[in-house]
Design a protein around this ligand. Structure first.
Ligand code: NAD
Length: 477
C-alpha cells in the first residue's frame, strides 16, 4: 500500500495497492490472451474503438482534469492542456489503417512479388512518471493498442487515479477486456514487467537513472525498450530578441506546473547586453504569479508533488546561494501562499555557472537559473556540453541565427521563439543524450515503428509445369 496525497492540502486522500510480481504476471497472462484476439480485429474495427475513445475522452476531459489536479497539484487549465495533447495522440491513432500500410513490389523477379506488412508485437508495457498522469500514458497506449497490441500500464504510484479513469473510458469505447490493463506498483512491479518473457516491448518515461536501468535491464531480456529520461532545458536569448516576449516565455516555461515538466525551461542563457534588462523583466513578473490550489481557477501555479520534493527543491535554492549564485527572487520567502500543502514560491538565480549544482542537476521545481555568456557560440557550446538534450529554445529576431542554431544544437526538440517545443502528434517526441535511451522517439511515426515489427513476403504462383531444381542462390534477374 502506498499513500496518495492532495499536494494542495498536504492531506492523504487515498491509498494505492502496490502489485506483487505474481499479480503482475497474472495481468500479463490476461493481456497475452487478449492480444491474440485483438490483433485479429480488423483495422476498421480497431479504428472505430479509437474514434469512440476519442469522443469519450473529449467529453470527460473536465472530470479527468479534476482528478489530475487533485493528485498532482497542477492547475486545472494545465491539467486540461495535458489531456488536450494526449487527445491528439488518440486522434493520430484513429488513422491506423493508413499507418499500418505496407508496400508492394510487383514483378520483383519474373513472376515474383514482394511486399511488406507491419504486425503488432503482442503484449507491450508502459511505465510512466508522476508529472503527466494522463498525457504520457496516452502517448503510448493509443498507438500501441491501435497497432493491435495489448497494453499493460504501470503508472506512477504518486497519482494513480487518472490511469483508472482512462481504463473505464477504453472499456466504454468497446475495447475488449484485457487489451488495456493498469497495474499499480513500485520497483517490484517494474522489475516484474522487465523480467516477464511475454512482454515484448517497454516504453518508459521518467528520471534518467531509472530510464537507464529500464533500458539496460529490458534490453538484456531481449525486449525492445524506449526509455525517456530527465532534462535540463536551456533557452538562449540573443541580444536582438524581443525582450518582453522572452521574459514572458521564461516565466511561463520556467514556472508553469511548478517547473515539474520534462520540457520546462530551467536555464536561461542570456547572450551579451540583454542580460541585465532580461533579468529585470523576469524578476518584475515573478511577484504577479498567482500561487494556490490548482482547483481554484484563479491559480496559475500549484504546489509540488510531495513534501520531500518541495524540501529537496528548497535545498537547491540554498545550495545555489552558497555556491555564489545571485538570488534575485527566493521562493522560500514567498509569503502569500498556504502553509498547508507542498507549496514553494518561484526562485530566480542569476550569475549561475556550469559547476554549480543548480546547473548540473535536474531540479524539477520552480527554480530558474540565468547563465550569462558573451557570444552565440558560447551559448551553443553550453547547451551541447550539457549531459541532457531534451528540448531547447532560441529567442531572436534573426532568422539566420535561428537556422544556424537548429543546425548546431545537440537536442532532440528545438523551439524558435517557442519555449516548450513539444512536437505535435504526427511528429515524434524524444530527446538526445541522457534524455533518451534507445533509438526511437515516442508517439507519431516512431511510435508506430516501436509498437510493430515488419515482415517481408516474397511470393510466386508458378505454373507447376515450369518447376525445376536450382541449387544456386536465388537471383532476381
Ligand atoms: P521516476 O523515474 O521516479 O519514476 C518513473 C516511473 O518509474 C514510475 O512509474 C515509478 O514508479 C518507477 N520507478 C521509480 N523508481 C524506480 C526504481 N528504482 N526501479 C524501477 N522503477 C522505478 O520519475 P518521476 O519522479 O515520476 O517523474 C519525473 C521525472 O520524469 C523527471 O526526471 C522528468 O524529467 C522525467 N520526465 C521525462 C519526460 C521525457 O519525455 N523525457 C517526460 C516526463 C517526465
Amino acid at each position: 500500500m502506498g499513500p496518495v496525497f492532495n499536494p494542495a492540502t498536504g492531506e492523504q486522500i487515498a491509498t494505492v495497492d502496490l502489485a506483487s510480481k505474481a499479480e503482475v504476471d497474472a495481468v500479463v497472462a490476461v493481456a497475452a490472451a487478449a492480444a491474440k484476439q485483438w490483433r485479429a480485429a480488423s483495422l476498421s474495427k480497431r479504428s472505430a474503438v479509437l474514434f469512440k475513445f476519442r469522443e469519450l475522452l473529449a467529453a470527460h476531459s473536465g472530470e479527468l482534469a479534476r482528478i489530475v489536479t487533485t493528485e498532482h497539484g497542477k492547475v486545472l487549465a494545465d491539467a486540461a492542456g495535458e489531456i488536450a495533447r494526449g487527445l491528439e495522440n488518440v486522434e493520430f491513432a484513429t488513422g491506423i489503417p493508413n499507418l499500418m500500410k505496407g508496400s508492394f513490389s510487383e514483378q520483383a523477379a519474373t513472376g515474383v512479388d514482394v511486399y511488406s506488412i507491419r504486425q503488432p508485437l503482442g503484449v507491450v508495457a508502459g511505465i510512466t512518471p508522476f508529472n503527466f498522469p494522463a498525457m504520457v500514458p496516452l502517448w503510448m497506449c493509443a498507438t500501441a493498442i491501435a497497432a493491435g497490441n495489448a497494453f499493460v500500464l504501470k503508472p506512477s504510484e504518486k497519482d494513480p487515479s487518472a490511469s483508472l479513469f482512462l481504463a473505464r473510458l477504453w472499456k466504454e469505447a468497446g475495447l475488449p477486456d484485457g487489451v488495456f490493463n493498469v497495474v499499480h506498483g513500485d520497483k517490484e512491479a517494474v522489475d516484474a514487467i522487465l523480467l516477464n518473457p511475454e512482454i515484448a516491448a517497454v516504453s518508459f518515461v521518467g528520471s534518467t537513472p531509472i530510464a537507464k536501468y529500464i533500458y539496460e535491464t529490458g534490453t538484456a531480456q531481449g525486449k525492445r525498450v524506449q526509455a525517456l529520461g530527465g532534462a535540463k532545458n536551456h533557452m538562449i536569448v540573443l541580444p536582438d530578441a524581443e525582450l518582453d516576449a522572452a521574459a514572458d516565455a521564461a516565466i511561463s516555461a520556467g514556472y508553469g506546473a511548478a517547473g515539474e515538466r520534462c520540457m520546462a525551461i530551467s536555464v536561461v542563457v542570456a547572450v551579451g547586453d540583454i542580460a541585465d534588462p532580461l533579468v529585470d523583466a523576469i524578476a518584475a513578473r515573478i511577484p504577479k504569479i498567482k500561487i494556490g490550489d490548482g482547483a481554484d481557477p484563479a491559480s496559475e501555479m500549484g504546489p509540488l508533488i510531495s513534501a520531500q520534493h518541495r524540501d529537496k527543491v528548497a535545498g537547491y535554492v540554498a545550495a545555489g546561494a552558497s555556491e555564489g549564485a545571485t538570488v534575485v527572487a527566493d521562493g522560500r520567502e514567498t509569503t502569500d501562499i498556504s502553509d498547508k500543502g507542498f507549496f514553494l514560491g518561484a526562485t530566480l538565480l542569476d550569475n549561475v555557472t556550469p559547476e554549480m549544482t543548480v546547473y548540473t542537476d535536474e531540479i524539477f521545481g520552480p527554480v530558474l537559473s540565468v547563465v550569462r555568456v558573451g557570444t552565440y557560440a558560447e551559448a551553443v557550446q553550453l547547451v551541447n556540453d550539457n549531459e541532457y538534450g531534451n528540448g531547447t529554445a532560441i529567442f531572436t529576431r534573426d532568422g539566420g541565427a535561428a537556422r544556424q542554431f537548429q543546425f548546431d544544437v545537440n537536442a532532440g526538440m528545438v523551439g524558435v521563439n517557442v519555449p516548450i517545443p513539444v512536437p505535435v502528434a504526427y511528429y515524434s517526441f524524444g530527446g538526445w543524450k541522457a534524455s533518451l535511451f534507445g533509438d526511437t522517439h515516442m508517439y507519431g511515426p516512431d511510435g508506430i515503428h516501436f509498437f510493430t515489427r515488419s515482415k517481408v513476403v516474397t511470393s510466386r504462383w508458378p505454373d507447376p509445369g515450369t518447376s525445376s531444381i536450382d541449387l544456386g542462390f536465388p537471383q532476381t534477374r
